[in-house]
Write a protein that binds this ligand. Structure first.
Ligand code: URP
Ligand code: ZN
Ligand code: ZN
Length: 465
């Protein structure tokens, strides 16, 4: 099967230029001018007036995550379909090790949830709930099997929290096996003290979830994680960075030459603590780290422009307002943490980043696709418009406008954090390994099109960056 994407502007992390893209089977066969001359094709896609970009890569999703007595609402089937609608052709989801069980058991459970159900390609990180001799030894096997990245937490005491010794030991293990530690960096023990005191004062609304998780608690934990990684002589990746205090720690670390990397998420760029007001409606915006006052987002945009932040992922973790977020009525500490967003990231970043003049179109492609591919051992198979790369491609209309709404989105959740927001930019055609999965707003793929991605360790690349 040969497909020609004709007459578009190829936009990559490196530059933009008019070119056709020829796909043969699952990979890109040629990129250049007037490729129709190369012979007959089965399908031609007209990309005139549009961008042709590498499919976006969302390295932080939680399909079906158990949290707070319930489960994130999107399955791998509904969540990856929604991702495709939004121009994302790869997700990396977090498999969870349950306390007292093996990493392998957790990973097998995630494979069982995903296999045969995904619309796009997918890989896994591993959440380590216990760090001990057995799980440390298991890490090596997972790296060999293409699960090269491990998330640890300084938050959520009693559930996911690891102490400093455990974090350091896991980092030492990645020094040997080439894996990478991803840190959820908030001081969960201090947060719980403030949360209990605040609740005891009768402050029970969702808004207080945002108040008690001080920015300085995120800054402290970010510094601690980076310092431990420096001591272990490994790179470290801070997930869902939200606060100026945390960004300043990453900046300082990078200035002294540490291999410290970080992502932020659209919610921290486009939403603020004020969204958590309005009584229990604020539960729709409860996530950790929490939304911050608007001055933090100004710094995050600077961080993205200057490469102190390398990636924007979604931390997609959707809970219905009805029946799920409602578990925390009367006690903000019981609201399941997480927001939907896998479908909206590409357009929000295009509209609020490129159209608003904060970043170039090339930087947009870099932070949504190319940098994630490089950081997580997928480049140049993914994240590139280049001969030999997988034909994960998006024909993107940079002029088309649409309004985000729960009534039209495809995520399996009963509200949108961006309800009524108009955005400029739209994925008109989305191809996953050469197969069209989205065409002018319609899903034309099939459940099970997506394959598991065995990833390469990326430490050597990260150390050199
Ligand atoms: O609120 C969040 N972020 N929920 C998902 C779990 C996590 O910590 O990433
Ligand atoms: Zn987290
Ligand atoms: Zn997360």
């Amino acid at each position: 099967m040969r497909t020609l994407i004709q007459g578009g502007t190829v936009v990559t992390a490196e530059g933009s230029y008019p070119a056709d893209v020829l796909i043969d089977g699952e990979t890109i066969a040629a990129v250049g001018r007037d490729l129709a001359a190369l012979g007959a094709v089965d399908t031609t896609i007209d990309a005139s007036g549009k961008y042709v970009i590498p499919g976006a890569i969302d390295v932080h999703t939680h399909m079906e995550l158990p949290f707070g007595g319930t489960f994130a609402k999107d399955t791998f089937e509904t969540g990856t379909r929604a991702a495709a609608w939004g121009g994302t052709t790869t997700i990396l989801d977090f498999a969870v090790q349950s306390r007292g069980r093996s990493l392998r058991e957790g990973l097998d459970a995630w494979h069982a949830k995903a296999e045969g159900n995904c619309a796009i390609d997918y890989g896994f990180h591993m959440i380590m709930s216990d760090v001990n001799d057995a799980t440390l030894a298991e890490m090596d096997g997972l790296v060999a099997d293409g699960v090269t990245t491990f998330k640890l937490f300084t938050a959520y005491p009693g559930v996911f929290l690891s102490d400093d010794g455990a974090i350091f030991r896991a980092m030492q293990q990645t020094a040997k096996n080439g894996g990478l530690i991803m840190m959820h960096a908030e001081n969960g023990l201090a947060i719980d003290v403030v949360a209990a005191q605040t609740f005891a004062e009768g402050k029970t609304d969702p808004y207080y979830h945002g108040v008690v998780r001080y920015p300085i608690f995120e800054g402290e934990a970010t510094n601690r994680a980076i310092r431990l990684a420096e001591a272990a002589e490994v790179p470290v990746y801070i997930v869902h960075l939200s606060a100026r205090e945390a960004l300043n720690e990453v900046r300082a670390a990078r200035d002294r030459g540490a291999a410290a990397f970080a992502e932020t998420c659209p919610q921290y760029l486009f939403l603020t603590l004020d969204d958590m007001g309005n009584g229990f409606e604020g539960a729709k915006f409860v996530c950790s780290p929490p939304l911050r006052p608007p001055d933090h987002a100004v710094e995050l945009w600077k961080g993205l422009a200057k490469d102190d932040l390398q990636v924007v992922s979604t931390d997609h973790c959707p809970f219905d307002f009805e029946g799920q977020k409602e578990l925390g009525r009367g006690d903000f500490r019981k609201i399941p943490n997480g927001l939907p967003g896998v479908e909206n990231r590409v357009d929000l970043l295009h509209d609020g980043g490129v159209v608003a003049g904060r970043i170039t179109a090339n930087r947009w492609v870099e932070i949504i696709s190319t940098a994630p591919a490089r950081m997580f051992g997928l480049y140049p198979r993914k994240g590139a418009v280049a001969v030999g790369s997988d034909a994960d491609l998006v024909v993107y209309d940079p002029k088309a406008k649409h309004t985000i709404s729960a009534s039209t989105h495809h995520m399996n959740v009963d509200y949108s954090c961006y309800e009524g927001r108009e955005v400029q930019g739209w994925s008109t055609v989305v191809l996953s390994r050469g197969k069209t999965v989205i065409e002018n707003g319609a899903y034309v793929g099939q459940k099970g099109d997506g394959r598991f991605l065995r990833r390469e360790p990326s430490q050597e690349y990260l150390k050199a960056t």
